[in-house]
Design a binder for this molecule. Structure first.
Ligand code: GLU
Length: 443
């Protein structure tokens, strides 16, 4: 059996870290099995969906490195949903109902008041042809409900949550089509999963109850249901999927200098028993993906932790993967020297400016003599060997300075800053002439 997974966003907004995580997991499972990863655009709601969001979803997936093998759109498949509805009508598994939203709300309140579960009472099933004619003559149009089979409990082995049981008698017959002919999510998704040969539905646990309903739809359509895996939801460090997390998407990641690989490494593993690691590419994430490692507790997403992981990933990014984002003229050796000090790739430009630009480095009056000695020493070093330890040893011997009094004025004079990359790595990059010039200008 070839594995087929799907990621099914509605193009009504940008992707956020919560749904990017679901996309990543679906992609990993497909890639792990040499299967197919399908992008399904859930655009049945024509008013809220937009082409701009469809394009943004594609771009966000591409940024993450997730390459769909196929793309489908629900708006191009309405004929399939019609056909499925006809089939279910013939089998007596859907029925027309005419209650308005207000009438349904009233029924719900009455049931709750009587201590009954607020499920739809199926009054529409008792309507006669004459009743329906009368309602339609009044101008009412039907919406369509799927008739659940109350005969046996609904059960499945969820790949993450284990054995699941639902009593269909405690669920309302779901509305599958509205009065105006538009489709609700439930039936189209089932029809698509059948038509596209989806083998694994991996989605958030907010869909668990939908799965119970959809399992009966697969059966009613004479199809074999896919396997289901419902992952615990993503929450912020404060414990819930906050507004902030819900709007945290690729733009915010780019703004924070987060590498796509860092986001993928984080989202792939949080909420699982596997360690979040600074991987070099997605291969270990693919190889390690395993439903058995997923926990049931909400997965906590923390932006500061992500920034930490990002820095560790930046420290090992090879030159050819970043070259087009580095300042003109920066070499592989420059990158190797600077890289260990960066939290994000674009900080390389700051270091480049230190190495090759004009720096501001005011010197304290008491350091002037020391810097003059340093300039003289620097001019006489063997720059083909490691210049920094030589410079330090010479100045220690000549001036008696040690520790901060020795290092701080040198660093400041040579880089214009009080902290930064290892001077041993920086000094050869700054070079003899520039080092001597910077030290002398302050002495
Ligand atoms: N469009 C649905 C959603 O984003 C898809 C759910 C599913 O994966 O079936 O919630």
């Amino acid at each position: 059996m070839s594995v087929v997974t799907r990621f099914a966003p509605a193009p009504t907004g940008r992707l956020h870290v919560g749904n990017m995580r679901t996309a990543i997991h679906n992609w990993l499972w497909a890639r792990r099995n040499g299967g197919r990863f399908v992008l399904r655009i859930d655009d049945t709601d024509r008013e809220r969906s937009s082409e701009e969001h469809v394009e943004a979803i594609r771009a966000d997936l591409a940024w993450l490195g997730l390459d769909p093998d196929e793309e489908h759109r629900q708006s191009a498949r309405f004929g399939r949903y019609e056909a499925a509805l006809e089939r279910l009508k013939e089998a007596g598994r859907v029925y027309p109902a005419y209650e308005t939203a207000q009438e349904l709300e009233l029924k719900r309140k009455v049931r709750l008041g009587r201590g009954l579960p607020p499920v739809y009472d199926r009054a529409a099933l008792a309507l006669t042809d004459a009743d329906r004619d009368r309602l339609e003559a009044e101008g009412r149009r039907p919406h369509w409900r799927f008739r659940l089979d109350h005969g046996a409990p609904i059960e499945w082995d969820d790949l993450i949550r284990g054995r699941q049981h639902f009593d269909p008698g405690l669920l309302s017959d779901p509305v599958v089509r509205r009065e105006d002919g538009s489709w609700l999510y439930m039936l189209p998704s089932t029809v698509d999963d059948v038509d596209l040969g989806v083998t694994h539905v991996l989605r958030g646990e907010d869909h668990v109850a939908n799965t119970a309903l959809q399992l009966q739809m697969f059966e009613a359509l004479g199809a074999r249901a896919p396997a289901f895996a419902h992952e615990a939801l993503l929450v912020g460090s404060e414990g819930k999927l906050s507004k902030r997390l819900g709007s945290l998407g690729v733009e915010a990641m780019k703004g924070a200098g987060i590498e796509p690989l860092a986001l993928m490494a984080k989202l792939a593993r949080i909420g699982t028993s596997l360690p979040v690691e600074p991987v070099k590419d997605s291969a270990p994430l693919v190889a390690g993906f395993d439903f058995a490692t997923f926990g049931r507790a909400p997965a906590r997403f923390d932006l500061d932790e992500l920034a930490g992981l990002n820095a560790r990933i930046v420290h090992q990014l090879p030159f050819d993967q970043v070259a087009d984002r580095l300042p003109e003229g920066m070499s592989a050796a420059d990158w190797a020297a600077i890289r260990p000090n960066l939290k994000r790739v674009d900080e390389a430009a700051d270091w480049w400016a230190i190495l090759h630009g004009r720096i501001e480095a005011p010197a304290a009056p008491e350091d002037r003599g020391f810097l003059a000695a340093a300039a003289a020493a620097a001019a006489g070093l063997d720059w083909t060997a490691e210049p920094w330890p030589q410079l330090v040893a010479r100045l220690k011997a000549d001036t008696g300075r040690t520790g901060k009094a020795l290092f701080q004025p040198l660093r400041r004079a040579l880089t214009g800053r009080d902290s930064g990359p290892e001077m041993a790595a920086l000094l050869p990059l700054i070079g003899r002439d520039q080092a001597v010039a910077r030290l002398s200008s302050l002495s």
